[in-house]
Ligand binder design. Sequence first.
Ligand SMILES: Cc1cc2nc3c(=O)[nH]c(=O)nc-3n(C[C@H](O)[C@H](O)[C@H](O)COP(=O)(O)O)c2cc1C
Length: 352
Amino acid sequence: MNQLMSPFKCKGLELRNRVVMPPVCQYSAVDGMPNEWHYVHYTSRAIGGAGLIIVEITSVDPDGRITEQDLGLWSDEHAIAFERIVESCHQYGSKIGIQISHAGRKSEYSKVPVSSMEKPFDSTFNQPKMLTTDEIKQVVEKFGLAAKRAVKAGFDTIELQGAHGYLIHQFRSPYINERADEYGRDRTKFGVEVIEAVKSEMPVDMPLIMRISAKEYVAKGYDVDYIQQICKEYEKAGVDIIHVSSGGEASYEESGMTPRGNPESKQGYQVPFAKAMKQFFNIPIIAVGRLEDAQFANALIENNVADLVAVGRGMLKNPYWPISAAAELEQQIPTSKQYKAAFEFKVSYSPK
Ligand SMILES: Cc1cc2nc3c(=O)[nH]c(=O)nc-3n(C[C@H](O)[C@H](O)[C@H](O)COP(=O)(O)O)c2cc1C
């Protein structure tokens, strides 16, 4: 039986435990460049014992940023700037991936954002331009180029931001995408093309993660049975791991929900979706959403509800969450010797 601290392997990706630091925007970049803040932030999570760290949303295009402070991977200089972070996380035992994305109509930065349709996210957002077929091909190519740079920078895996109402989601959603062309008749087409472009730049043994919103909370939104069918196509195109989140297709006012839940969201509020995906697929599933209780997180692994557990705000608050969880669960502690004394209550140290 696997536990939270059991090792995990998918293709060439081998993790020391099943704790994932999911992407959490720091909104601290200038011109998309990672800096000292990102270096310290991600290194701290590696020292804290994460099995896998997924770097926050990183745009494939300057106009695909949510805000001006988002990270980017639209030039080779960006890739070079990430190398130091990757090396440092490796040094402290974590594997590291990067979430590549295009915000589409959810870009607050772009004067003229792009999307599957001309519908703005809400009245506070700029009116998006509907992408033509040629422009879609260019965006797909940018995803491929960003993936190539991520591989060059040394990342161990890539996650596509296919959740939370960003561009991939904007093509998949019947609530948003009412195009009459082939990208509307087949709402998986854009996502599949992005997957293929990205995979063509990745080594064959490097797994690709797709983050999805399993449920939309608007009245006409889709539910988990729809995403299961969509993910079948994503899997055929090359997705190796599915990261199960929800929401983000519409404003909080309209949907009553955000990609971080809402004030009523309880422990494990997205677990039923992870469970449904786990039952439907044979590929690994990451569960996320208020999972920072160590016993609860461990039970998800022990009961085979998910293969990996992501802890976002819990690890934002406490970079040492994995070590603390291991100590509480009395499982193997993934720590540097310098910090062992603080957590390993079972071992007594000599005063020297
Ligand atoms: C400040 C903040 C920034 C976030 N940024 C991202 C992001 O860059 N990409 C993403 O997919 N999700 C993002 N999320 C969502 C988290 O990855 C996670 O799915 C969500 O917070 C629920 O998990 P938690 O309850 O463990 O925090 C963000 C959440 C927060 C609180």
